[in-house]
Design a protein around this ligand. Structure first.
Ligand code: TPP
Length: 594
């Protein structure tokens, strides 16, 4: 199609003008209700599900959804809908959509939306709004929702005329998915939803491909790697969004450079990799930090500072840093990149590897990459090897050990779950002390198979998240692990899971305590306060919802119950188990032996 500047429009020939006019007629022949147009636009974006809870003001939209191929997932609290959209976004890398009414519905969405935004998950939150001629004054449930969403979204807009819907929706999806991905919000007033338009939805354009990294930077980066005494790769969440796992694995296999990952990057590098020092992220308390301290160069790939402050690994500012991410580095005193590459992560890693191979070939004809490094790294590599061995040994000792004491040790619980699941099944953590155990101990072999919310860190995430994951991945086993505190924060979504006949498994770690908080209180003040509570009978609670419920009463019973739970094909299973948190303090130092 020819594109001309508006001021040259008169230069079209009469024939061209006629062609344009005919096309214009075809484009505009269907007059549609705005709510229908809005839903057509979501269809054009490939939306499969909308998670939500209706109100009077969403009724036009709800009727439009009824006539579309998009499935509406009715939830029992808008926070659940937002967590579901968040998880759908994480696991599919497509924008997850949630819907609420105005006022209280919109305020209920906020925690889940903030969680998605800080964890870089693409989400579109839609809320209704009252009639536009009431907005300027005090009226039922009317509040400034747009302003409320400001600090927790990348972009937000109130739709004020039907004709602009295609552009607004396209813009919302584009911004949400753009790196770094995050949440956007659209407000849809009731009267606008009833208005009409003859504008067509905008067809989704091709995925935007990122340009190649700048050649000189690649050369400098590979030179820096070759000259480093002990490089270490820090793998972050961006590698999951950027689908960089295979590129990084190839780089590591060929160069022998060791790696660590953050919580949200579990699985990018398999925990089976001999050069992987596993997960770091607990302030100064990870064993692999010994290796981090030794490293003179950190290659930070897709690393989000929100997850793990660089002060914890670069407090003395003695490291060189190569920053590789879709976007330039965040400003932080402790994160001053020596080389900053903002480009596609996969391309960049491939390009650096290619450059190293070229240099290796120059130095020795057989392209042995280890020979391209300027220093003999044997001594330091031996140290890294030893750390890897120690970390693995500690985890394996729980795997194979026969400690059947009850309440169950957290490490034992995690290893039972690992053994019960296939490599591609998915574990979703909630927030609390259990999260730290899962991060440290759960062996992960593929990206997006161990999900840990670690930016905003909201409790109550894992049950709704498991629902969305099971919808997106029907053939995989989905296990939510949560504390007894977090589980009750969104327990109402158990009804959603039962109604949708989803065979998710929820394991509730019971200690009748906000365990993570009492741990921190005792660590700092020597005592804990206002953290203890009573629990319901979880098995009966589950059964009252129509789910299957088991209260495990001995450690040896747990793997058997897990096997029974795995057999369920259409009913959620809740398993409660008492956990021995008496040694949680070992999470706060670098030695997590039992
Ligand atoms: C919505 C929300 N409220 C409060 C917190 C602060 N917080 C972090 S961990 C935690 C305790 C979690 O307790 P529980 O779910 O029982 O898990 P446990 O620590 O016992 O494993 C609290 C209250 C939070 N992260 N999110």
């Amino acid at each position: 199609m020819k594109v001309r500047r508006a001021d040259k429009a008169n230069e079209y020939s009469p024939l061209e003008k006629e062609e344009q006019f005919q096309k214009h007629l075809i484009d505009r022949e269907v007059v549609m209700k705005a709510s229908d147009l809005f839903i057509r636009c979501l269809e054009a974006e490939g939306v499969e599900y909308i998670f939500g809870l209706p109100g009077e003001e969403t009724n036009d939209l709800i009727m439009s959804i009824l006539n579309s191929k998009i499935k509406f997932i009715l939830v029992r609290h808008e926070q659940g809908a937002a967590f579901m959209a968040d998880m759908y976004g994480r696991i599919t890398q497509k924008v997850g959509v949630c819907l609420s009414t105005l006022g209280p519905g919109a305020t209920n969405l906020t925690t889940g939306v903030a969680n998605a935004n800080m964890d870089r998950s693409p989400v579109l939150a839609i809320s209704a709004q009252t009639h536009t001629n009431l907005l300027h004054k005090e009226s039922h449930q009317n509040m400034d929702v747009i302003t409320m969403f400001k600090p927790i979204t990348k972009w937000r807009w109130s739709i004020r005329n039907a004709d602009s819907i295609p552009e607004i929706v396209r813009r919302a999806f584009k911004i949400s998915i753009e790196e770094k991905a995050g949440a956007v919000h659209l407000e849809f007033p009731q009267d606008i939803a009833k208005s009409k338009s003859d504008i067509k939805p905008i067809t989704k354009s091709q995925e935007v491909l990122r340009s190649m990294p700048y050649k000189d930077l690649i050369k400098s980066a590979s030179k820096m790697i070759m000259e480093s005494k002990m490089p270490l790769i820090l793998v972050g969440n961006g590698c999951i969004r950027g689908k960089a796992s295979l590129h990084l694995r190839d780089f590591i296999d060929k160069t022998g450079v060791y790696s660590v990952n953050t919580f949200m990057a579990k699985g990018v590098i398999s925990d089976k990799s001999e050069t992987h020092l596993r997960t770091i992220g607990i302030k100064e308390a990870d064993h692999a930090l010994i290796a981090m301290n030794q490293a003179d160069l950190v290659i930070a790939v897709g690393y989000d500072l929100v997850e793990y402050s660089p002060k914890n690994w670069n407090g003395s500012l003695n490291k060189k840093i190569i920053h590789v991410d879709f976007t330039p580095a965040e400003v932080d005193t402790y994160y001053p990149p020596t080389i900053e590459i903002a480009a596609d992560i996969g391309y960049t890693i491939d390009a650096i590897l290619h450059e190293l191979e070229k240099e290796g070939e120059k130095k020795n004809k057989n392209a042995n990459l280890n020979k391209c490094f300027s220093y003999d790294r044997k001594e330091r590599l031996d140290l890294f090897k030893r750390i890897r061995k120690e970390v693995v040994q500690r985890i394996e000792s729980f795997n194979n050990g026969d400690d059947l004491s009850y309440p169950i040790k957290p490490q034992k619980l995690v290893s039972f779950v690992r053994n019960a699941l296939d490599e591609n099944d998915i574990v979703i953590s909630d927030v609390g002390a259990h999260k730290l155990w899962i991060a440290k101990v759960y062996n992960t072999y593929a990206p997006n198979t161990c999900i840990i919310p670690n930016g905003f860190c909201s409790m109550g995430f894992s049950l709704p998240a498991a629902i969305a994951t099971q919808l997106a991945k029907p053939s995989q086993k989905i296990v939510s692990m949560c504390g007894d505190g977090g589980f009750l924060m969104n327990i109402q979504e158990l009804e959603t899971a039962v109604r949708l006949q989803l065979p998710i498994i929820v394991i509730v770690w019971c200690d009748s305590d906000f365990g993570m908080i009492s741990l921190k209180q005792i660590d700092e003040f020597g005592k804990s306060a206002f953290t203890k509570f009573n629990n319901p009978d979880f098995a009966k609670l589950a059964q009252s919802f129509g789910a299957l419920g088991y209260n495990v009463e001995s450690t040896s019973e747990f793997p058997k119950v897990l096997e029974i739970a795995k057999e369920s094909t259409s009913i959620p299973v809740i398993i409660s188990i008492d956990v021995d948190y008496s040694r949680n303090h070992i999470l706060l130092d670098d030695d997590f032996r039992a």
